[in-house]
Design a protein around this ligand. Structure first.
Ligand SMILES: Cc1cc2nc3c(=O)[nH]c(=O)nc-3n(C[C@H](O)[C@H](O)[C@H](O)COP(=O)(O)OP(=O)(O)OC[C@H]3O[C@@H](n4cnc5c(N)ncnc54)[C@H](O)[C@@H]3O)c2cc1C
Length: 289
């Protein structure tokens, strides 16, 4: 196997490097390089810059407005972004729910939801886990009852990453208790401004506010915000998880953070002041979901 990049790939890498170098705001890159917490504004500013260029949807096919890059081009893009100190692309919209909408959404849903994801205007969250449904996700209990042309949703989601910023949330809900637990789940797209939704922070032991509880109290969700068929949500959920898990590997950013850890350790061993906080931030940013 030839692991060398071709001259076209190297030219592509240079083009990405130049563009990222001239468009990534330095105050954001500085925060990333120092492992400081990014604000919603920081993350969304970068998402919109990428969106304007058409690169927030870097892994989308051209049919839906993506660049249609090869696997190597996607890798080079992610590597250059990581090296430059770009924030991680918040994956819930462009990486996770978008492929589900492309594969299983109706043309009307694709037209309605994909542009806001592609441009970085709309922030999505993930509503899978519940207090009693983590590894055993199929045991989820958040319930949606169909009444006329809308579902009434009641229940709770948890560990919702950056849910405090969410405009929309994709949720797995229980629409039937018949048969296997997996066969009674549906996949809904829910506007987080809907009456009856409450987001409560979970403060983790490092003092950070990254994850949340999301509560649903008689939340009305129009039936045209269901993806695919009722009770077939488990299939769409598994399709989404394939995109989530490969994204979470986050190889390029992890390489950058490992380099940073090595620099800190070297500085410490060579007599520089040990900076525990910096080490903790470096390790923490490696662990971000
Ligand atoms: C930082 C962070 C962010 C997250 N963000 C989101 C989010 O945005 N949206 C979302 O929906 N979810 C999110 N999650 C939830 C995450 O996907 C769940 O934590 C995960 O599904 C595991 O569920 P749990 O935490 O309830 O652990 P549990 O299911 O309680 O498992 C605890 C431990 O027990 C083990 N275990 C469980 N069952 C068995 C068994 N039968 N046999 C042997 N061992 C077992 C597990 O491997 C694990 O080690 C987030 C989690 C974290 C930590």
């Amino acid at each position: 196997m030839d692991l060398q990049f071709t001259s076209e790939e190297l030219a592509f890498r240079d083009q990405v490097r130049t563009w990222v170098g001239s468009h990534l705001p330095s105050h954001i890159a500085e925060k990333v390089k120092q492992g400081l917490q990014l604000s919603r504004q920081d993350q969304q500013d970068w998402a919109k810059i990428l969106g304007k260029k058409g690169w927030l949807a870097f892994n989308w096919p051209t049919q839906f407005g993506g660049p249609g890059w090869s696997a190597i081009q996607k890798h080079l893009f992610e590597e250059e972004c990581a090296l430059a100190g770009a924030p991680r692309i918040v994956p819930f919209g462009p990486v996770m729910v978008a492929p589900v909408i492309m594969a299983f959404g109706t043309p009307a849903q694709q037209e309605r939801f994909l542009p806001g994801i592609r441009s970085g205007e709309v922030w999505w969250s993930q509503g899978y886990s519940e207090p009693g449904a983590g590894s055993d996700l199929a045991s989820l209990q958040c319930k949606a009852e169909l009444k006329g042309d809308r579902y009434i949703v009641n229940g709770q989601k948890t560990w919702t990453t950056l849910g405090q910023y969410g405009d929309w949330i994709f949720c797995l809900v229980r629409t039937s208790s018949e048969g296997k637990p997996q066969s009674g789940i549906s996949f809904l797209l829910i506007d987080m401004k809907s009456p009856g939704i409450t987001v409560r922070p979970i403060i983790t032991m490092d003092g950070a506010h990254e994850v949340n509880e999301v509560w649903f109290d008689n939340v009305e969700v129009p039936v045209d915000q269901r993806i695919g068929e009722e009770n077939k949500g488990w299939n769409y959920a598994k399709f989404l998880l394939a995109h989530e898990r490969t994204n979470i590997a986050d190889v390029n950013r992890s390489k950058r953070e490992l380099e940073r850890l090595k620099r800190i350790v070297k500085a410490t061993l060579s007599g520089g002041l040990p900076c525990i906080t910096t080490c903790v931030f470096a390790i923490r940013s490696l662990c971000w979901k």
